[in-house]
Design a protein around this ligand. Structure first.
Ligand SMILES: Nc1ncnc2c1ncn2[C@@H]1O[C@H](COP(=O)(O)OP(=O)(O)OP(=O)(O)O)[C@@H](O)[C@H]1O
Ligand SMILES: [Mg+2]
Length: 402
């Protein structure tokens, strides 16, 4: 079988040969992040000889997705079709709010409409607000997409402009869905926009990206936290009976979480692993924590949410809480179990149950089998609580953790 990529047309032969039946990736695999590659694209000779499958890179849809019906009604149906411009939709948040559900909504919608884009779905986490400052360079993202589209590395030209032009050529005349998640600004996004009709691009950002709306005609959807609608969120996670038995406590929990889905998810996870806990007891603990803990610095909402995170991380056993704080020191967007073990100075078999404990209460998420990731806000919170950068043993273990 010959090379799948035609440099004359910029097309990948066989790219429309059906969707792969699995292999969702939590993050696209730019060449710089060899650790995040899947087995399928690890062998250069295999990648070049066999036709590339249509990329299907969307992360998993959240099984407990709740609400946002009005927003989904606004978004549907995607008007992309023959003869129309490539469409771009921006999902941002009032006041740049983090953890309000931009990514979760974008991924959920993308799954709903994915079958209208038979040539594939591309996904990249641009890490625009990564607390460690490891924002993804647009060039890394473009090269990651070219790789996913089956372009052999030796055919990738030098320079961002040429690479972005090749990327647009590969997409031209085909139907792709492109999800650019957690973007910092318009400059980071621009090289990743398809240039021709038939593709749908969804961008999420805490920022308004007015340049994307003004210069690229993006449709804009702005999310807000909706405390009044969060009863449904708790019902979905804890069951209607439990909420109906203590509606006042449920409302207070929602208020103490500032209506923010991320904070509610942490509290609900803790309540869910203790089905016998009265919700009033959870609300009382949160109330007390609000009075006791330092404010998280940025805004009133962040202060409330920081308190919720402190409460969650203090509620896990001490060894898991220590691991949580240490993990904030790990560079990069996600980490493996051995990396966590190296950081903690513990054997892998001891660290696995600690990670399960942390993911059970939503402080970390298993982003792919055996790999874990933090939400940016939780990582920032863990880093604030971490006392360890000044201690030599952890510093040296950090240097070894991959
Ligand atoms: N519609 C929803 N249904 C259920 N859970 C949700 C929903 N929206 C958000 N969540 C919960 O909130 C968490 C944070 O959501 P998400 O990562 O989408 O926030 P975000 O707005 O993209 O934040 P950031 O600005 O940091 O990127 C999710 O992991 C999930 O637990
Ligand atoms: Mg996000």
């Amino acid at each position: 079988m010959g090379d799948a990529f035609d440099t004359a047309t910029g097309k990948v032969a066989g790219g429309d040969g059906g969707r792969p039946d699995g292999g969702d990736r939590a993050e696209s695999a730019p060449p710089a992040d060899a650790d995040a590659r899947t087995a399928q694209d690890s062998g250069p000779s295999r990648t070049r000889r066999s036709p590339s499958p249509a990329p299907a890179q969307l992360p998993h849809d959240l099984p407990l997705f709740t609400g946002r019906q009005a927003e989904l009604d606004d978004l549907l149906p995607p008007p992309t079709g023959a003869g129309q411009l490539a469409e771009t939709v921006l999902i941002s948040a009032i006041g740049g709010m983090a953890g309000v559900g931009k990514t979760v909504l974008a991924v959920h919608w993308a799954h709903q409409v994915a079958d209208r884009f038979p040539d594939g779905q591309l996904y990249v986490n641009l890490r625009g607000f990564d607390p460690s400052g490891a924002i993804m360079e647009p060039g890394d993202a473009v090269r990651g997409f070219l790789d996913a589209l089956g372009v052999p590395p030796e055919r990738v030209p030098h320079g961002l402009d040429a690479q972005a032009a090749l990327y647009r050529s590969v997409l031209a005349g085909r139907r792709f869905l492109v999800l650019l998640d957690n973007a910092r600004d318009t400059d980071q996004v621009r090289p990743l926009l398809p240039g021709t009709p038939g593709c749908l691009t969804i961008v999420t950002s805490r920022n308004e990206l007015s340049g994307l709306v003004a210069a690229h005609g993006a449709r804009s959807l702005t999310l807000r936290s909706t405390p009044s609608r969060q009863r449904a969120f708790l019902v979905r996670r804890l069951g209607a009976e439990r909420i109906a038995a203590e509606p006042g406590a449920a409302d207070e929990i929602t208020r103490l979480c500032a209506g923010l889905p991320l904070a509610l998810a942490c509290v609900a996870a803790r309540a869910a692993v203790h089905p016998g806990f009265p919700l009033e007891a959870v609300a009382a603990e949160l109330r007390e924590a609000h009075g006791r803990l330092d404010a998280f610095t940025r805004s009133d909402t962040s202060a409330d949410v920081g308190t919720v995170f402190s409460w969650s991380s203090r509620a896990v056993p001490a060894e898991a809480a220590r691991l949580f704080r240490l993990l904030a020191l790990h560079p990069g967007p996600d980490f493996s179990v051995p990396a966590a073990a190296a950081l903690a100075g513990l054997p892998v078999r001891r660290v696995r149950p600690l990670l399960a404990e942390l993911s059970g209460v939503h402080l970390v998420n298993e982003s792919a089998p055996g790999r874990y990731a933090f939400h940016d806000l939780l990582r920032a919170h863990a880093a604030e609580r971490s006392i360890l950068p000044t201690r030599a043993p952890e510093r040296s273990r950090l240097a070894c953790a991959g």
